[in-house]
Design a protein around this ligand. Structure first.
Ligand code: GRF
Length: 202
């Protein structure tokens, strides 16, 4: 399975995926073909290069419209025969045009138990709402933000005395171990989808 990872910033989830790849932790046959950044100064670019993975920078500010920018990305994805797109802190909403080209072939990770707290700053939304449990969701990307089919979730308790910063850090650790597992599941093909329900077949 040929994978592209899209980033915009720090890239810690990307690093966890690249680490898993380098350490042969994936059971499926995975090739990470390219890391794509829409930001020239994304910290993740440095990490990806240090780890020896090819990086392409396609800054959205160089294009007149979202579609023009996406067309350039799709061209790259097609040139490299990419079969799975992994969003890892990619801070652009993908258009219907993009998503329809890659139905159930785009993964995202979101720092809440969806469908609760979609959108930006999900950790803070959950924290300030006062929920006692929150978590991490890996899902397919569809036309609606953070509403695609759920692939995997993991729950985190919010401890009474902890700060939002501590919670965010603990959540990031969970993200780093759940995302490679979810990618492995999708690449293995050992799942079926019935309506919104994704079921593991192993
Ligand atoms: C993570 O919290 C992820 O859940 C969200 O964006 C953040 C990206 O962090 N989608 P990083 O760039 O992977 O460090």
């Amino acid at each position: 399975m040929k994978i592209a990872i899209l980033i915009s910033g720090r890239g810690s989830n990307m690093v966890s995926i690249l680490d898993a790849h380098r350490q042969n932790k994936f059971e499926s046959n995975i090739e990470i073909e390219v890391i794509i950044s829409n930001k020239t100064n994304a910290e993740g670019i440095i990490h990806a290069k240090q780890m020896g993975y090819p990086v392409e920078i396609i800054p959205h500010i160089n294009y007149n419209s979202r579609e023009d920018h996406e067309r350039e990305i799709i061209k790259l994805l097609e040139d490299r025969n990419i079969q799975l797109i992994v969003l890892a802190g990619y801070m652009r909403i993908l258009s219907k045009y993009f998503v329809s080209n890659y139905q159930n072939k785009i993964l995202n990770i979101h720092p809440s138990l969806l469908p609760s707290f979609p959108g930006l700053h999900a950790q803070r939304q959950a924290f300030e709402y006062g929920v006692k449990y929150t978590g991490v969701t890996v899902h397919f990307v569809n036309e609606e933000v953070d509403q695609g089919i759920i692939i995997m979730q993991e729950v985190l308790e919010i401890y009474p005395a902890e700060t939002i910063e501590q919670l965010t850090l603990r959540m990031l650790e969970v993200e780093h171990h759940i995302y490679p597992k979810a990618i492995d599941l999708i690449c293995s093909g050992k799942y079926s989808i019935n309506g919104r329900i994704l079921q593991r077949n192993d």
